[in-house]
Unconditional design. Structure first.
Lengths: 729, 299
């Protein structure tokens, strides 16, 4: 169709070159000439070339006139989504709106997020009466902003304008699937899916990964061909970002007034850069280090943590301000302990040596605060308060006590079991958390009682800082011990007495760990409690508990967080406050007869506090998901290949998107290509015509005849090779 | 209106041409003593060669210096010097009537013949005429008087270009009629079969004549500067041809260039002095330049 068909009359101008050519041929003058002999020869040799040139020129000029006339007529090519009536078909659109925190990237004066709000608003505003819209927010999961198609565009626009940037990562695929689902029952003839994103490569990989195989979540071949896809890529053309992605405290358990170190991993996206990394503890700057980061690579920097008093200290590692400021800080907590609470369960004689080893200098001289409880009191004890629970000849135990201890271990506690005469092998069978179930208790023959203690796994946290004095061999005399017929694969032998007799087994259970000795904690089974290694070994067991669950320095922002796992020492009466000091809603979740306290929407990065009767203490450090910090862009061709939908169009800004929509709905104007064609034809015509008219040197100039008539040049290159013409006049 | 020589040359031109000389490049036969070399040995002061003394020779010609070196008698021989006879061969075929300006090729050829003739007569040499078209129309023997030259010019003046061309046949006839060695000056557009004309020129060379060809051409014939769509009419045959000059100009330049090149090559091989004369060139400049160059070459 043509927008200005009146100009089609101008197509008649295409005949102008032909008419001019014919008119020119008719006007002739008669001139006498000395001889026609050479004219005939010239005419014969040049007629074919001249005809070709004339034809070419006529063709070029005719096409040029046609192109100009058609351009004036403004031809429009209708595209696939064109409806029955020009621009009046109803539309159902579903918007997939990337709200990941990477859209906070400052691209010029405006952030990408602001641009995306404008774009989504423009899409909604482009809808007319009867059109419907659904909007799905794409972060780590799909969140419906407008879950079902609504024709109420005013309300939709208000919701769009009120939406805030998320602090989470991005996954476009779930939202895209939801958008397609929403368009399954169309109300209008035209259906469109709009994806508004920042061009980050990360969320597009899901389309590729989940497309593999017939059972993949993304099946582009099954998408209705009538659904048009529009992708608006708003991000900066070459984004760059520097962010701390993780840290490691060393030692994991920081004791009061003891120096420590923190090693921070820094990730760079973009060209190489020298960056200044800072460490802040309790809102006071502690140290600042320069770090040279290679392009698109990681680096590491270490800071010394000065001696700190007992308590929970807030800290953060920061990178300099950049275009994406949300991920510049990595918050964490430093738990500094003065004395670690340890519980020894068992009768006094059974726990005597262990209690002495844990607290050799009395109640205040040791870093361990050891408490002894009888077996019957275990069920009522608050086990989560203790770093380690030692069981010394404590089996058999009541069932509720076993369940309490099992919960304690699964929640991140460390349980160390010393057998004793009270327990028989059958008493161990029902307890699934044990590293191995003993098959018997055996007496060790006299001649093989002396055993050398060997570390099977020297890297185990239990043995991490234990060093045997040079020249000495740790030897223990074992009179009785547990016998294990089979040690499961999930368990490991940490220490052995002799070459093949396990002395200490270990097994990870949930977030915690279970250690099981083959000898008792008193001197009836062995002289281990009397050996010089027992005391440091017992202390190391206590220290190793610090690396278990519940002591992680930070968590990643999430919509749901188990407080029992993340903040095990937090009282049930305490309120959790977010970094803005607003209460965080919590709820109890029952699962398998267990009640877990869960905090909702830990989405704000920073330090969360526990408010217990007016006493506010740091409880949790939450950080953004660093995966989203990868701002590396994906090209449009790669995006097109990733989404693998045929009917997809890409725009770089709102204006281009609206133009694409217009083209899709009304058609695409061919004026621009026609004008380009006209320009090319005009240049070609100019070139050909100019080549014809170009002044070639006359024969006089070629011959270079001097005043005396002498010929000094050459008439024509081919002159000598031609045979003489025989015609005479 | 003046006739004869003055019809073609004004006093100023005659004055400037009066001091020039046309030298023959080869020995020529004359009937008067003159400034040109003769094939005969004579009494000039120009030494030619030695010859063995035979009885009857004049002893005064014995070269005593050679006798002193060889004890043998040798006679010194000298070049004979004679006058130059120049034949002006003028084409008056219809094609010579062509002009793209004011002056036809025929008139320019006549003016050129007048200038050459005047130079020859002023050097006390003799000049003759052969006017031809498809046959020899007029042939005048050579003489060395201005009156004779004036008659020659009157003959040219009264003749008009007409008829077709038979240059080759005419030149053959002329070559047969000139017995003694002479300088033959051909003034023609040579629009005839090149091979035959070249053979005719070779005929002159065979008779030991010195030949000069003034290939007289209009500038439009060389450069073909026509613009509009044109009907060309052949001046000799009245045949007509319609064409676009701009379209065929490159091809015309090529074929006409080949035509000229063939003459140029043939004349070079026969040691004939071949000159292309454009009718838009000032006559006195052309003649002066030509004679100057010829004088330099003959030294």
């Amino acid at each position: 169709m043509f927008l200005h068909p009146l100009f089609l009359w101008a197509i008649g101008a295409a005949t102008v070159p032909l008419v001019l050519h014919l008119l020119r041929k008719r006007r002739t003058v008669t001139v006498p000439f000395s001889t026609l002999r050479f004219l005939k020869l010239a005419l014969k040799s040049s007629s074919r070339r001249v005809r070709m040139e004339n034809l070419l020129l006529w063709l070029l000029r005719t096409l040029l006139m046609l192109a100009i006339a058609l351009a004036f007529a403004t031809p429009i090519v209708r595209t696939s989504g064109f409806g029955k009536f020009l621009g009046r078909t109803g539309r159902d659109i579903a918007i997939v709106w990337d709200v990941s925190y990477s859209l906070g990237y400052q691209a010029g004066r405006q952030s990408v997020w602001d641009k995306s709000v404008d774009t989504v608003a423009a899409i909604v505003e482009s809808l007319g009466h009867g059109d419907t819209v659904t909007i799905f927010l794409a972060d780590n999961d799909m969140t419906p902003l407008i879950g079902s198609p609504t024709p109420d565009l005013t309300a939709a626009l208000a919701q769009v304008r009120a939406e805030e940037l998320s602090t989470r990562g991005s996954q476009l695929l779930p939202a895209t699937l939801a958008a397609l689902q929403a368009l399954q029952n169309p109300r209008n003839p035209e259906r469109e899916v709009h994806i508004v994103t920042d061009g980050q490569a990360l969320p597009w990989r899901d389309y590729i990964q989940l497309r593999a195989g017939a059972a993949g979540a993304w099946q582009p071949d099954r998408i209705d061909k009538r659904v048009a896809f529009f992708v608006t890529v708003l991000g900066a053309p070459a984004p760059e970002n520097t962010t701390p992605v993780g840290l490691t405290l060393s030692p994991a358990l920081v004791m009061e007034n003891t120096p420590a170190r923190v090693s921070v991993d820094i990730r760079r996206y973009g060209p190489d850069l020298e960056s200044g990394i800072s460490l802040t503890i309790n809102d006071e700057s502690v140290d600042r280090r320069a770090l040279a980061l290679a392009a698109d690579a990681s680096g590491s920097v270490s800071f010394n943590i000065p001696p700190l008093p007992e308590g929970i200290h807030t800290a953060r590692v920061g990178t300099p301000d950049d275009a994406l400021g949300a991920d510049n800080d990595l918050h964490f907590l430093i738990h500094v302990k003065r004395r670690l609470p340890v519980l020894c369960v068992g009768a006094e004689p059974d726990t005597y040596f262990l209690m002495q080893a844990l607290d050799p200098g009395g109640a205040t001289g040791s870093s361990v605060d050891a408490t002894r409880l009888d077996v019957g009191s275990v069920a009522s004890a608050e086990l989560r308060r203790y770093a380690v629970v030692f069981l010394c000849n404590a089996l058999p135990m009541p069932g509720d006590a076993l369940l309490e201890i099992e919960d304690y271990v699964r929640g991140g506690g460390l349980l160390a079991i010393f057998p004793g005469d009270a327990g028989r092998p059958a008493d161990y069978e029902s307890w699934k958390i044990l590293p191995a179930v003993p098959s018997d208790i055996v007496e060790v023959p006299i001649d093989s009682r002396r055993r050398t203690i060997t570390a099977v796994n020297p890297d185990d946290p239990v043995l991490a800082s234990l060093h045997v004095r040079p020249g000495s061999t740790p030897i223990v005399t074992i009179r009785r011990r547990l016998l294990w017929d089979r040690i499961p694969d999930k368990s490991e032998t940490v220490l052995s007495a002799g070459s093949r007799t396990p002395l200490l087994l270990a097994k990870s259970v949930g977030l915690g760990r279970v250690l099981m000795f083959s000898v008792s904690a008193d001197r009836r089974w062995s002289n281990l409690p009397l050996s010089p290694y027992f005391l440091p070994f017992a202390h190391q067991i206590v220290r190793s508990s610090a690396g278990l669950g519940g002591t992680t320095p930070y968590v990643t922002v999430t919509e749901s967080l188990s407080l029992d796992e993340s903040i095990p020492l937090m009282s049930a009466n305490a309120r959790l406050l977010d970094p803005s000091a607003r209460p965080v809603p919590t709820r109890d979740v029952r699962h398998d007869n267990q009640v877990t306290r869960v905090a909702e929407n830990i989405l704000q990065p920073g330090i969360y506090y526990a408010d217990e009767a007016g006493v506010v203490k740091p409880a949790l450090a939450a950080n953004l998901d660093r995966t989203e910090a990868d701002v590396t862009r994906m090209g449009q061709d790669d995006m097109r290949a990733a989404i693998a939908v045929r009917n997809v169009r890409f725009a770089e800004d709102t204006g281009a998107l609206l133009k694409l929509i217009e083209e899709h709905r009304i058609g695409r104007s061919l004026v621009e290509p026609l004008l380009w064609l006209a320009l090319i034809l005009a240049v070609a015509e100019l070139f050909v015509a100019n080549a014809r008219c170009r002044a070639k040197p006359g024969l006089s100039d070629q011959l270079k005849v001097d005043p005396s008539g002498k010929v000094r040049g050459h008439a024509a290159p081919a002159a000598a090779s031609r045979t003489p013409a025989g015609a005479s006049t | 209106m003046p006739d004869g020589l003055r019809h073609f040359l004004n006093p100023q031109e005659m004055h400037s041409l009066g001091r020039l000389v046309l030298n023959s490049r080869y020995a020529v036969d004359g009937n008067l003593a003159g400034a040109h070399r003769s094939p005969h040995r004579g009494s000039s002061s120009e030494f030619a060669d030695h010859r063995q003394y035979i009885q009857g020779d004049d002893p005064k010609h014995i070269d005593w210096k050679v006798y002193g070196r060889t004890d043998r008698y040798f006679i010194r021989r000298y070049e004979d010097e004679t006058n130059l006879r120049v034949y002006l061969v003028v084409d008056r075929s219809a094609s010579m009537k062509y002009t793209s300006r004011e002056e036809t090729k025929y008139r320019y050829a006549c003016r050129l013949a007048a200038a050459i003739g005047y130079v020859v007569i002023k050097a006390r040499d003799s000049v003759g005429l052969c006017l031809y078209s498809d046959k020899i129309d007029t042939q005048m023997d050579s003489a060395n008087s201005l009156a004779h030259l004036d008659n020659v010019m009157k003959t040219l003046q009264v003749s008009e270009p007409a008829s077709t061309t038979e240059t080759a046949r005419t030149l053959h006839q002329l070559a047969e009629s000139i017995r003694k060695r002479a300088l033959v000056v051909v003034l023609s557009d040579l629009l005839d079969d090149e091979e035959r004309i070249v053979r005719a020129l070779a005929h002159f060379r065979k008779q030991h004549h010195d030949v000069v060809v003034f290939h007289t051409l209009d500038p439009a014939e060389l450069d073909f500067t026509y613009e509009k769509n044109t009907v060309f009419e052949d001046l000799e045959t009245q045949e007509r041809l319609t064409c676009d000059p701009k379209e065929i100009a490159p091809a015309y330049a090529e074929v006409f260039g080949e035509f000229l090149a063939r003459y140029q090559k043939a004349c070079r091989e026969m040691q004939i002095d071949y000159r292309i004369i454009r009718t838009d060139q000032p006559l006195d400049t052309t003649v002066r330049a030509y004679l100057e160059e010829r004088r330099r070459c003959s030294k």
